[in-house]
Design a binder for this molecule. Structure first.
Ligand code: SF4
Length: 403
């Protein structure tokens, strides 16, 4: 498999874009994790990866979306984005996740990407607004990977995303990315209506055939004003995903990302470990995208971003409470504990709808990625090494594991 992957990288990629990826994401990304680990040793928590929702607006209306996409448009403007990215660069960060809403609805997205040539950006998008000229400009900028979300077959895509020709329009955007040889990924939020169609070798082979270089299986989170709990996965299905991903990593010439397991297959929450936190379209500094409560904001310039995040007792309490309760997702497994953390610090509801607390109170605890009885270690030595060094629990679960 590794030779086939190497062959794809050599034959299918644009070498300038590959070079940017290796330097900005690969080498500089590793440095930023090393600096994160050094900060941890001093008890300083500033995440190596910021996930930034730059706009709330979107052209789709997906089931289970928590982002107030139909509310009055709110976006982080160019100056605020550049200031935040510059401050994060001062502590060594070079990788940023860009989310929405739909990021390509932000008219200044491309100038923001272009303003930071030494960084690498992963843009989470439904792909529908990526025209040929936008894909060409992304190629020219060179430091961005589009991660295009495909949520099912044509019928399921229309149903899941409440639109017409959703699948075709997403595929058109994806093809524009591939035509310009952008390092392109495809992600799916696996749920009851798409798991059989998309968690299979045929779909992986299809992605490889199209020229997609990596894929990411998220698991559906029943949160927000339109939670659609019936779409949630069972523990058996979540285990099936884990086993499938581990198998495909040694079998298929495509990279497969996950953010929920270390090299030994032990579950983790990236927000609880502190390696990543989220910035909302309103500038709130949140533990993760689905925890829409904050105490600090990027728009408060009384202190540098680093200090505001490191001194946040709310984020500290969140990390310790989450890591003390489960290796899985506190939102799903212990919404009661999360509510206590939010109330303890008087964290503000960061949504336009203002109903996030009511939604949290209505949540019924359910299983997440943590399956104590079944931990599936990585089979691939590449993923074992990469995770062992650069993506694990960073010691966050010492107390929990010792119980
Ligand atoms: S709290 Fe849940 S959704 Fe948020 S990062 Fe952790 S595991 Fe993921």
């Amino acid at each position: 498999m590794y030779l086939k992957m190497a062959k794809r990288v050599v034959l299918e990629t644009d070498k300038r874009l590959l070079g940017k990826f290796i330097l900005n994401f690969g080498w500089r990304g590793m440095q930023s994790v090393r600096k994160f680990k050094k900060r941890l040793q001093k008890g300083e928590y500033f995440p190596a990866f910021l996930y930034i929702s730059i706009i709330n607006s979107c052209n789709l209306r997906c089931q289970g979306c928590w982002v107030d996409v139909a509310s009055k448009q709110e976006k982080i403007d160019v100056d605020a984005m550049n200031r935040m990215i510059d401050e994060a660069k001062e502590v060594g960060n070079r990788f940023f996740g860009i989310l929405g809403g739909e990021p390509f609805m932000h008219k200044e997205l491309l100038p923001i990407l272009r303003a930071h040539p030494e960084c690498y950006f992963q843009v989470f998008t439904n792909g529908q607004l990526i025209t040929d000229s936008i894909a060409a400009e992304l190629k020219d900028i060179g430091n961005t990977t589009p991660l295009v979300s495909v949520e099912g077959s044509e019928i399921i895509s229309n149903e899941r995303r409440r639109g017409k020709n959703v699948y075709q329009r997403t595929m058109a955007g994806l093809q524009n990315c591939l035509k310009h040889k952008l390092l392109t990924g495809v992600c799916t939020s696996l749920c009851q209506t798409n798991i059989d169609d998309l968690l299979c070798e045929e779909w992986i082979d299809r992605l490889i055939e199209m020229g997609v270089m990596y894929t990411w299986y998220h698991t559906y989170r029943p949160v927000g004003p339109d939670a659609n709990e019936q779409l949630s996965l069972t523990p058996e299905q979540q285990l099936k995903i884990r086993k499938f991903v581990v198998e495909m990593r040694v079998k298929k010439p495509i990279a497969i990302i996950d953010a929920y397991y270390d090299h030994d297959g032990k579950a983790l929450c990236p927000a609880a470990t502190g390696i990543s936190h989220h910035i909302s379209p309103w500038g709130g500094i949140e533990p993760c995208p689905i925890i829409q409560f904050s105490k600090e904001s990027i728009h408060d310039h009384s202190k540098p971003l680093k200090e505001r995040m490191e001194e946040s007792v709310y984020l500290k309490d969140f990390r310790e409470t989450a890591a003390g309760a489960t290796r899985g997702c506190i939102v799903l497994e212990r919404p009661d504990l999360l509510k206590e953390v939010i109330e303890r610090h008087g964290a503000a509801d960061g949504t336009a709808r203002g109903t996030a607390m009511k939604e949290l109170e209505a949540m019924v605890p359910r299983p997440s990625q943590y399956n104590k009885a079944e931990q599936i270690p990585e089979k691939s030595f590449v993923y074992r090494i990469a995770k062992k060094l650069y993506f694990n629990d960073f010691g966050a679960y010492r107390d929990l594991d010792s119980k």
